[in-house]
Design a protein around this ligand. Structure first.
Ligand code: 6GU
Length: 246
């Protein structure tokens, strides 16, 4: 997979050299390139922002440096790939979910446009639809100063789904949100720690009962912490043996 990120703070993306994502880049699974938006300016001060039409607080990102940056990315496509997807991190976007991470992990080429200040001139978003499938995407209902931290989160969530990035693919199946429920609690040795015992069923060796207990804990946790997920939960998606629980 190829990922291009455009930002006025390319150093912000340095953590993507670490850990599993850094390893995926070294292994050639992920070709991630970070571009400095200011490299696409032409004035002496390398200006990327200006005052908003209609007035109001803050600054807006000028369209032309973005057009230059995105045109150069659209012109440099991985061989044989279809239309690239342009993700625009924004609190005004659609929600980033595990389902969207899976969808984006199927793509050959992703680009991320990190806005700062009050955002990017809206005409850039419209114009980029000529070259990209454009998706404004939000991490959740709170405001960050710019798209960079959101890109760190999204690239990690997407990158770990690429074949060969996570050592044991089974760990992708048994995690929170993979089946619409939160993950069950986990324990390791010692079996008694500061007078607290590991739930006895986990020491029983009875794999049927362990699976049943874990499923029950998933429902209990989801009901307590994320009742919204439980409402949306579609029992029809469960394997038959698990549906009797409902
Ligand atoms: Cl994706 N970007 C910004 N700037 N703020 C956010 C966000 C994204 N998601 C939540 N808040």
């Amino acid at each position: 997979m190829r990922i291009d990120v455009v930002s006025i703070f390319p150093e912000y993306l340095a953590p993507l050299e670490l850990s599993l994502i850094g390893k995926a880049r070294q292994d050639g699974i992920l070709d991630l390139r970070v571009h400095d938006l200011r490299a696409f300016t032409t004035d002496r001060h390398r200006t990327v922002d200006d005052t908003p039409y209609g007035g109001g607080a803050g600054m807006v990102m000028k369209p032309e440096p973005w057009a230059q940056a995105l045109e150069s990315i659209a012109a440099d496509r991985p061989e044989g790939s279809g239309r690239p997807v342009l993700i625009v991190p924004s609190p005004a976007g659609e929600r980033f979910t595990q389902a969207l991470a899976y969808e984006l992990a199927e793509q050959e080429h992703l680009a991320f446009a990190c806005g700062r200040y009050e955002g990017i001139d809206e005409r850039v978003i419209e114009w980029s639809r000529e070259h990209f499938d454009v998706r404004p995407v939000s991490l959740g209902d709170y405001v960050l100063n710019g798209g960079e931290v959101a890109v760190l989160a999204m690239v990690e969530a997407i990158g770990r789904l690429l074949p060969g990035v996570v050592g044991n693919p089974e760990s992708l199946v048994e995690e929170s949100h993979s089946d619409g429920l939160l993950e069950y609690p986990v324990y390791t040795k010692p079996s008694v720690w500061r007078e607290r015992e590991v739930p006895a069923v986990l020491l029983s060796g009875n794999h049927g009962r362990i699976a049943q207990w874990r499923r029950h804990e998933q429902f209990r946790r989801t009901a307590e912490r994320r009742p919204d997920l439980l409402e949306a939960f579609d029992a029809g998606k469960l394997p038959r043996a698990d549906r009797t629980e409902l």
